[in-house]
Ligand binder design. Structure first.
Ligand SMILES: [Zn+2]
Ligand SMILES: [Zn+2]
Length: 338
């Protein structure tokens, strides 16, 4: 089979490798759709601490069970499935406390290599985080399970009933998924980006108010009776924008710091505002099996229709084109077909 390896930032090699064999409790999935992701793009552009290089590339996918190892009862050959690429160990001090997204082994035991013909899924992921694909979802939509699981995670810690409005900074794939989620909960959204095409796209999928970054403070002021936003979601992963994002939230509001910044960067926040205005800064990393289940329901019930976020379908051999396009701000997500 063919498998895309990220060798260095900017360098992808298509290698011929054997089709994996499932061990006990494992399954091997024939990939039908694998999606590009913001994390992949970061790794492609500047490297990423959680994506080893050279190494197999891609982690959002759906497909058909090709073979199942000993002891697998949940799935059989030719089942259409929608998995994510990780699951907690259920055995560490974080898992004991129910903080499964921060499991000590969550990244160690993850699967990479979705830009390939086949992928092997370890037993702990098969058991906890794989679902059968409903017939009415396309494979492209089903592959949204992983990114949507990340998106719903921070909201599992927030009382959304008390949220009237939200500001999303960055209208890339992640910002747009936040938009779809917040709109599904009836929340008024203001979305900001430098890229006008992306803002126009955000408008087409339901954004209430669009803003260029330069005018964002005024737009928020005018649309929140001068209070500031209930929630601000930072989706750019740029330290300067992280720092700026606290200025847009109302007193008692929450800033979700969703976009991961490059290693070694730091920001400064004023202490007065943090204390007297009770601003909550909320980091958000990865997801728990509860979030995956929640994301699965949202896709299955069509509460969230993420299909329009797929810009184009691209053959595995042309994968570099997809990442070059993304690097140049062209497109949202590409579906790579092996
Ligand atoms: Zn992803
Ligand atoms: Zn654990």
């Amino acid at each position: 089979m063919l498998s895309a390896y990220l060798v260095n930032p900017g360098a992808i090699e298509i290698r011929e490798v054997p089709i994996p064999e499932p061990g006990p409790a494992e399954i091997v999935v024939k990939i039908i759709s694998a999606l590009t992701c913001g994390t992949d793009l970061k790794a492609y552009v500047r490297g990423h601490s959680l994506i080893p290089m050279p190494g197999p590339f891609g982690h959002e996918f759906s497909g058909i069970v090709h073979s199942a190892g000993k002891g697998v009862k949940k799935f059989k050959e030719s089942d259409e499935i929608m998995p994510v690429h990780s699951a907690p160990c259920n055995n560490c001090s974080y898992c004991d406390r129910g903080i499964h997204n921060l499991c000590r082994d969550i990244m160690k035991n993850k699967v990479l290599g979705a830009f390939a013909g086949y992928i092997r899924i370890p037993g702990h992921v098969v058991r906890q985080n794989c679902y059968k694909k409903p017939g009415e979802l396309s494979f492209d939509e089903a592959a949204m399970l992983e990114p949507l699981s990340c998106i719903v995670h921070p909201y599992s810690r927030i009382k959304l009933r008390e949220t009237e409005n939200a500001v999303i900074i960055g209208a890339g794939p992640v910002g747009l998924l936040h938009l779809l989620f917040l709109k599904s909960r009836g929340i008024k959204t203001i979305i900001s980006d430098l890229n006008e095409d992306r803002l126009e796209f955000a408008n087409s999928i339901g954004a209430d108010i669009l803003s260029a970054p330069a005018g964002l403070a005024d737009t928020i002021h005018d649309n929140t009776k001068g209070m500031g936003a209930d929630i601000v979601v930072e989706c750019t992963g740029l330290p300067g924008v992280w720092q700026e994002s606290v200025n847009y939230v109302r007193r008692g509001g929450i800033v979700i710091l969703f976009g991961g910044c490059a290693d070694g960067t730091s920001v400064r926040f004023g202490t007065h505002m943090m204390h007297y205005d009770e601003i909550t800064l909320m980091g958000s990393f990865h997801f728990t099996p509860y979030d995956v289940k929640n994301a699965y329901s949202l896709l299955r019930n069509r509460t969230i229709n993420a299909g329009p976020l797929i810009t184009d379908v691209i053959a595995l051999k042309d994968i570099k084109t997809a990442f070059e396009n993304l690097k140049n701000g062209k497109g949202i997500k590409y579906s790579v077909r092996p």
